[in-house]
Design a protein around this ligand. Structure first.
Ligand code: SAH
Length: 409
């Protein structure tokens, strides 16, 4: 028989041999089937045709209308994303699968993460553990649980065991976002320790040191996704630096090594207080300004202030595709003011963490701003989130951070 006949004959036999396992099932629409075939892992509630009301957080077998199994998913009774796929086959013991995925995630970081004792250990869909975010800050592990399935007691126990064994931390803390628990219809819970007693520590990234504290009210934590971009920016930054949206000073502190003077701007006083303590920890003298960045940039550029390096790292302006236009206007204004203030040969580090603004849309806005500011851009680096926030291309939502570094004349 010619080989292609063998292939054609073989496929249905394999499919039929995979019968849905016993336990809760969900039947999904053709649209959802196609989405899963393209490699995505979410099924929206509107695409679930029938399910015998699985328990919140249950592992369910996912089939099409003809009863063919597409794999196993974690079910949420409240989220618009009703199913998050976790395997292409049956899953008999979810905590065991979770343990294996945690070990794989640790091995991935072991291989790819350098020059830091702070990094994201589990990045939800990026580590095939949807609904779970885990960060390490030196000897403290910080866990965020975002879904019903991840909130189950056996899952929590498996997590604490694996992180205790894999990272030997002094403490494992849980960081609770009350509105996420509300949306997931989970009982209210306080942030606090799951293991150990240590609540604050010092961590370092690229040789720069930072304070970390889990306690409510003085909660600190880093934007670990920018870690590699701090090091990249330090390769080009020089002269007088303005770090806009500086938070606890991570760009500013990284750039202090290579520049003559650094000023950080943020609207949050608590963030600037930690920034100041971080500067002292690194024996740096820096200026921190509490201000609305839009107002400050407007005043400074009108007053003809000049800098050699400007960093723009605002919060996500587009929370959904609906406010895309407003977001793009915001990015344009910031970049325009920053570009006007740059001396010839200056460096612009400009970021967007809005998933809903694509890389090309963001680039387009910066190019327009440069045209209006009568400046010429040369792209030195086109960057994204650090490798401990893995991007799975078939799940576009895993890629959100854009960071461009430009030479500006
Ligand atoms: N660059 C930082 C992360 C910035 S996060 C780092 O790498 O660690 C965004 C910051 O913008 C937050 O600290 C927030 O307080 C600040 N922020 C939000 N709106 C602002 C505004 N209008 N003006 C100034 N700062 C603002």
């Amino acid at each position: 028989m010619p080989p292609h006949h063998a292939r054609v004959a073989h496929r249905p036999i394999v499919r039929e041999s995979v019968a849905p396992p016993a336990g809760p099932k969900a039947v999904i629409s053709l649209r959802a089937v196609n989405r899963l075939k393209s490699g995505h892992v979410w099924v929206y509630r509107s695409d679930v045709l029938s399910s015998a009301s699985p328990a919140p957080g249950a592992v369910v077998a996912v089939t099409d209308e003809r009863g063919r199994l597409f794999g196993s998913a974690l079910y949420s009774s409240s989220s618009q994303i009703a199913l998050r796929m976790i395997s292409s086959g049956p899953v008999a013991d979810f905590p065991a699968l979770l343990r294996e995925r945690v070990r794989n995630a640790l091995a991935y970081r072991e291989k790819l993460v350098r020059d830091t004792d702070a990094y994201r250990v589990i990045f939800s869909e990026g580590d095939f553990l949807p609904g779970l975010i885990v960060d390490r800050y030196n000897d403290i592990v910080s866990v965020q649980i975002l879904t019903q399935a991840m909130d189950a007691e056996p899952v929590r126990k498996a997590l604490v065991d694996e992180f205790s064994q894999g990272l030997s931390p002094a403490a494992i803390a849980e960081r609770v976002e009350p509105h996420i628990r509300e949306l997931e219809q989970l009982p209210a819970r306080e942030s606090g320790l799951l293991m150990g007693g240590k609540t604050s520590t010092i961590f370092s990234m690229n040789g720069v040191r930072f304070h970390y504290d889990i306690r409510e009210g003085q909660k600190t934590g880093a934007f670990l996704d920018q870690r590699e971009n701090y090091a990249a920016a330090a390769q080009y930054a020089h002269g007088e630096v303005l770090d806009v949206f500086c938070y606890q000073g991570a760009f500013a502190l990284h750039l202090a090594k290579v520049s003559s003077q650094v000023t950080g701007v943020d609207s949050s006083r608590p963030a600037l207080e930690v920034a100041d303590r971080n500067a002292a920890l690194n024996q740096r003298e820096m200026d921190w300004i509490e201000a609305n960045a839009f107002d400050l940039l407007k005043d400074y550029s009108a007053a003809g202030r000049q800098y050699d390096t400007v960093v723009l790292d605002p919060p996500a302006f587009a929370k959904s595709r609906k406010n895309l236009d407003t977001a793009l206007r915001g990015y344009k204004e910031l970049n325009l003011r920053a570009l006007k203030m740059l001396r010839a040969g200056g460096i612009l580090v400009t970021c967007s963490c809005s998933y809903h603004v694509s890389e090309s849309e963001f680039l387009g806005v910066v190019v327009e701003a440069a045209r209006d500011a009568h400046k010429t851009l040369r792209l030195l680096e086109r960057r994204t989130q650090a490798k401990d926030h893995p991007i799975v291309p078939s799940v576009p939502e895993t890629a959100y951070l854009k960071c461009f570094i430009f030479d500006v004349t």
